[in-house]
Design a protein around this ligand. Structure first.
Ligand code: ADP
Ligand code: MG
Length: 623
């Protein structure tokens, strides 16, 4: 006898459920999308235990007709398309007819529903894929679905669920995205009895975003652009709203939540030069496009899309974001130069997910060095006396804060003082000369140092990061106090999920010098931060740590502490594109010399690269 059989429908549904229903958040997503398709203007979601034990979704949409109630739970039952041809012009969220079948196959589901034409509604109970009860039922117009004990009959899947608050966080993410994609609908999320999110549903994206992100949403600029029949609408954040992961890059196509590399790189390219490397913007973009130009049927959860013309999409998104940012003059230093740059991008290389530049733009850089000439007076004799009195961790901050106030004379004074001090000491003691010489700084980022027969190029940010990290680590090990009380505590408004994350990690944060406490609904009060920080950085630091905590997840141990320390070091280190005085450079190099291994950063990236005189001579054909 052969070994192959055809699975019965019940088993097949249980397997298929895995594709659509991965976790409580996917249930919430599918059911809310059904409510959206049903024309609801208000959708409320209530969950318990991160949705694992209980999810209830109430909408005021069209409801299901009595005749449709049972068939809706069959696989491939849908009211949204009639044939394969319809797949090319989908305007609804759902169309595969899988969600209700899949969800009810792995839970105990109850639905009550009524259309406006019916006197009485219906109620149906489906448990593990079997219809257990079906009756007429009095209820308002719309649909209510309760999903209990998700995965009760698929223990393997149940085992993969994370902690309640993590699952609740995923649900919050889903609701956030659905709400932003549909600002005309009022969404509400209640978790274990407390309100997590509520949007006004007044069709105003900004007020919707504000109700979710608080003040972050205020630091945005509205985008509204059309190009090649593609409309790009949304909000783009000012540089200060950037974060160190892509969690704030939110994209929709025709109101559908999507992930797509073309769009991601178009946005990031538009932000280039505005954000530091490793920083990602806050953006909410809804792209309206003729459904014929996209294929959303690539993946069961419909999150990925394919475009018939990647270039068109790239160009429309890139220009929409770029022009909006350029319009906001104050954001961009040297914006004239920038717009030239933006013109030179002309293709999108879909295979490598990279923008391509025109040949012209590439050629124009060549030879410019020789036109500038080499008449920099600072090039010679920059030998410095060894003096560690200014080698404090705040040697950059003094200067930075002066620059921040935009008071050049003060910045100048600051440098002068340092030089004066140095001069004083020259009179007192025999000057001790260093074996190296600072040649200069390239691109306000790379320090060039000559020592004996070698040339070093130091990445000032990476190097300082390393110094700060080692210092924090050492102080921590020696039991020294890392935290410094803030004169005026800072209150920070957070997303509920972020608030939870901080609350779960109060002790871990305290161990690295950050003292926070809850301060009302979804707000925290920051009382102390590591001494390496000035007050202006506090918010940014906290968001950085939230990103770090998210990454660490549940395995809290010594290395997770180190990972956070590393982020602190990174935040407190001098940035690229900052001009440093020679004294500051010197202090940095001296600090580096004290480290055991100064030539890699904690992640193993180099802080400096080296070239020997011989190598250079070889290149010039001198040997
Ligand atoms: P799909 O959404 O892909 O069509 P589903 O399994 O999610 O498939 O839903 C099956 C059908 O049930 C839908 O096509 C729709 O007609 C109906 N339906 C589901 N949820 C709702 C709801 N909240 N309000 C009205 N009709 C609904
Ligand atoms: Mg559906």
């Amino acid at each position: 006898m052969g070994k192959i059989i055809i699975l019965d429908e019940h088993t097949a549904n249980k397997i298929a459920a895995g594709e659509v229903v991965e976790r409580p958040a996917s249930v919430v997503k599918e059911l809310c999308e059904n409510s959206i398709d049903a024309g609801a203007t208000s959708i409320s979601v209530e969950i318990k235990n991160g949705g694992i034990s209980f999810i209830k979704i109430v909408d005021n949409g069209s409801g299901l007709n009595k005749d449709d109630v049972e068939i809706a739970f069959e696989k491939y039952s849908t009211s949204k398309i009639r044939s394969a041809e319809d797949l090319t012009s989908i305007s609804s969220m759902g169309f595969r007819g899988e969600a209700l079948a899949s969800i009810s196959a792995v839970s105990r589901l109850e639905m009550t529903t009524k259309t406006k034409d019916e006197k009485e509604g219906s109620r149906i109970l489906v448990q593990g894929g079997k219809v257990n009860a079906r009756q007429d039922y009095g209820c308002p117009i719309g649909t209510t679905i309760i999903v209990k004990e998700l995965f009760f009959n698929t223990p393997a899947r149940y085992k993969f669920l994370k902690k309640d608050y993590t699952e609740a966080g995923y649900i919050e993410d889903v609701l956030t995205m659905l709400a932003l994609g549909n600002p005309e609908i009022s969404f509400k999320l209640v978790s274990n009895g407390s309100m997590v999110l509520q949007t006004p549903g007044n069709n105003d994206l900004l007020s919707c975003a504000y109700s979710i992100f608080g003040n972050t949403a205020k630091a945005t600029i509205k985008v509204e652009c059309e190009q090649d029949d593609i409309t790009v609408f949304g909000l783009v954040g000012k540089p200060e709203t950037s974060r160190s992961n892509r969690s704030q890059e939110m994209f929709f196509i025709n109101s559908r939540i999507i992930k797509n590399k073309t769009i991601t790189s178009a946005v990031e390219e538009a932000y280039k030069t505005l954000l530091q490397v490793g920083k990602y913007p806050f953006v909410i973009l809804n792209i309206s496009i003729n459904p014929q130009m996209i294929d959303i049927n690539v993946h069961p959860t419909k999150q990925e899309v394919r475009f018939s013309d990647e270039n068109k999409i790239f160009s429309a998104v890139y220009h929409a974001v770029k022009n909006t940012l350029l319009g906001a003059q104050s954001l961009i230093p040297g914006s004239a130069e920038e717009s030239e740059h933006s013109k030179s991008i002309s293709y999108y290389d879909a295979e490598n997910h990279k923008p391509m530049f025109t040949e012209q733009a590439k050629k124009s850089d060549a030879g410019s060095l020789f036109r500038v000439g080499l008449k920099n007076e600072d090039f010679g004799n920059n030998y410095f006396k060894k003096d560690k009195s200014y080698g404090q961790t705040d040697y950059f901050k003094k200067n930075e804060s002066a620059i921040q106030q935009n008071n050049t004379s003060e910045a100048y004074e600051n440098i002068n003082i340092l030089e004066k001090e140095t001069n004083l000491e020259i009179q007192e003691a025999e000057p001790e000369y260093l074996p190296y010489k600072i040649v200069g700084t390239a691109f306000s980022t790379y320090i060039i140092v000559q020592m004996y027969e070698e040339l070093y190029i130091i990445d000032q940010h990476a190097a300082h990061e390393r110094v700060m990290f080692e210092k924090l680590k050492k102080d921590k090990k020696d039991g020294r106090q890392l935290s410094q009380m803030l004169l005026i505590p800072e209150v920070l408004e957070l997303k509920h999920k972020e608030f939870e994350l901080i609350s779960q990690n109060i002790e871990l944060l305290a161990s690295i010098g950050i003292i926070v406490e809850g301060f009302g609904v979804n707000s925290i009060k920051i009382n102390a931060v590591p001494y390496v920080f000035s007050k202006t950085d506090v918010k940014e630091l906290l968001f950085e740590l939230i990103d770090g905590l998210e990454e660490i997840g549940r395995e809290k141990n010594v290395t997770s502490e180190e990972k956070l320390l590393y982020r602190i070091a990174c935040k407190s280190a001098v940035k690229a594109n900052t001009s440093l005085s020679n004294q500051e450079i010197l202090a940095l190099i001296e600090d580096m010399n004290d480290l055991e291994n100064p030539f890699t950063c904690p992640h193993g990236r180099p802080t400096a690269i080296k070239m020997t005189k011989r190598e250079i001579e070889k290149k010039f054909g001198r040997t």
